[in-house]
Design a protein around this ligand. Structure first.
Ligand code: ADP
Ligand code: MG
Length: 393
């Protein structure tokens, strides 16, 4: 993989560089509720502008279904990116072309998913859009892949464009890959993985891939109930994937999976529900488990405090509601308090860190890509990374 430093060393004055960033941030109207991904995109863009490049950033926002629509415009993102870079960011529509681009100036193309070819299954359609993007860079252009959150997608601006321009890994992509490689190839031990979130079926691939490599796998969140059911317990009205029970039973044979001993149950899925803490093998009929209990937090924290590497994906409970946030908070605090090399992967887990006011620098790395980081840990080939290795020189 060629690096950003190599590109800078080639000399960038007068050259135009296309950067694929991941600026897919949560919005409430046109207010950005979490700008983590925008901040993560800054180092690469700032490096390029400092080296004198004319930078064209391309990115997507949400799922606009292949047609322009104001609610999915990157306009608020352009404003925030400009503040963070300390220089204006000009928003342009793809079809309009870019005129008067000066050295060091940043242009942001509006949502690339306004064009249906971005996510087309048809290779020729995607290639057509990729050629248009490449042509914007004129003579002697280059593309920098920095949208880690999309490298698992075979899309025009992520994958195909690297066939039309010499391609380089941006800082964020390089950092994310280095961290995940360390966890998959040579983790410091004990290596503890903490998994939560809603569905076992979403995470089965990563559980199967990581189980042989980890020393302990702590399971909370909605997915723990399918494991508890696999041990023969009644889980009441908790999330349960009956078609995964047999698989969970097999996974439990590894002896490495630690389940909660107590859970917080509620009589309905609401912040104002009646709440009880019960033993994990005694969830009352009709009640649903929405968080791990305090004894489980203590037990998980003890395992985490002895770890040398920790990977955490998926909240321990429905952290969006105050009464069910303590399990996630407790586990996150244990990770922050440990000396382990710690990585958070997963959109909701990263959001939980910020929502609960935990210090982001308390973790060694917070991944910007949930799906991409899980697929990397599963050992899958990610098209956006593979193409960088084979890019045109
Ligand atoms: P990530 O994005 O970090 O990979 P997921 O998307 O897998 O995480 O899961 C996040 C969701 O899981 C959150 O919205 C949270 O409310 C939900 N969740 C966690 N625990 C439970 C539970 N016990 N029951 C239902 N939903 C849960
Ligand atoms: Mg999620």
């Amino acid at each position: 993989m060629r690096t950003l430093d190599q590109l800078v060393d080639e000399g960038l004055a007068g050259r135009t560089v296309l950067v694929r960033s991941d600026l897919n941030v949560p919005l409430d109207g046109d207010r950005i509720t979490d700008d983590g991904r925008i901040r993560a995109s800054v180092p690469t863009i700032a490096t390029l502008t400092a080296a004198g490049a004319r930078v064209i950033v391309t990115a997507h926002l949400g799922r606009p279904d292949g047609k322009p629509s104001p609610e999915f415009s990157l306009e608020p993102v352009a404003a925030r990116l400009g503040e963070l870079l300390g220089r204006p960011v000009r928003l342009e529509q793809l079809g309009d072309g870019i005129s008067g681009h000066t050295d060091g100036e940043v242009v942001l193309l509006d949502n690339i998913r306004f064009d249906p070819r971005e996510t087309a299954k048809d290779d020729a359609e995607r290639a057509g859009l990729a050629r248009e993007l490449a042509a914007l860079t004129g003579e002697n252009g280059a593309v920098v892949s920095d949208g880690f959150g999309v490298v698992h997608r075979k899309q025009a601006s992520v994958y195909d464009v690297a066939h039309d321009l010499p391609a380089y890994a941006g800082r964020l992509v390089a950092d994310e890959v280095a961290v995940l490689r360390r966890l998959t190839e040579d983790p410091d031990r004990p290596f503890v993985v903490v998994l939560g979130g809603s569905k076992v079926s979403d995470k089965l691939g990563v559980i199967e891939a990581l189980l042989p490599k980890v020393d302990s796998l702590l399971v909370g969140g909605g997915m723990c109930f399918t494991f508890l059911a696999a041990q023969g317990h009644d889980v009441g009205a908790s999330l349960l994937e009956t078609d995964q029970i047999a698989t969970c039973r097999t996974l439990l044979e590894s002896g490495k999976i630690v389940l909660p001993s107590d859970v917080v149950v509620a009589d309905e899925f609401a912040a104002h529900a009646a709440i009880r803490v019960v033993s994990a093998d005694a969830v009352p009929d009709g009640w649903m488990g929405l968080d791990i209990g305090p004894a489980s937090v203590r037990a998980f924290a003890t395992v985490i405090s002895g770890a040398a590497s920790v990977f955490w994906n998926g909240p321990m409970g429905v952290f969006e509601m105050v009464p069910f946030a303590e399990g996630t908070r407790g586990v996150a605090q244990a990770i922050v308090g440990s000396d382990a090399f710690s990585v958070v992967g997963g959109g909701d887990s990263a959001a939980a860190v910020r929502l609960l006011g935990l210090p982001e620098d308390g973790f060694s790395h917070i991944s910007t890509g949930g799906g991409a980081s899980l697929e990397y840990l599963e050992g899958k080939q990610l098209p956006g990374l593979a193409v960088l290795d084979g890019s045109r020189s």
